[in-house]
Design a protein around this ligand. Structure first.
Ligand SMILES: [Zn+2]
Length: 101
């Protein structure tokens, strides 16, 4: 999986299509992501000492990586390419403008 926590992505499928938000958690083993405010489900939750909050809360549910595209600061939603410099360091680049992501 090329995406990681903190990346800005645009949702391209589902009820939140068109939304842009940051990845708050990535699950590479399952190819799923938690994206802030995306695929939110109402959850009834009992008050516990951990949450300090009972009642109905909004919980972000995982979405599949294929449902989002990374957002390039220059050109918007794009595909990720790879570049390796002379020292062997890998970079993720925008396939449209070639800028580093
Ligand atoms: Zn770009």
């Amino acid at each position: 999986m090329k995406l990681r926590t903190g990346d800005l992505v645009q949702v391209i499928a589902g009820k939140d299509r068109g939304k842009q938000a940051k990845i708050s958690r990535a699950h590479p083993a399952r190819d799923t992501l938690i994206v802030e405010g995306v695929n939110t489900a109402k959850r009834h939750q009992k008050q516990t000492s951990q949450t300090m909050q009972g009642g109905i809360i909004d919980k972000d549910m995982p979405i599949h990586v294929s449902n989002v595209m990374i957002v390039c600061p220059e050109c918007g939603p794009t595909k990720i390419g790879a570049r390796i410099d002379d020292d062997g360091n890998k970079f993720r680049i925008c396939r449209k403008c070639g800028g580093e992501l």
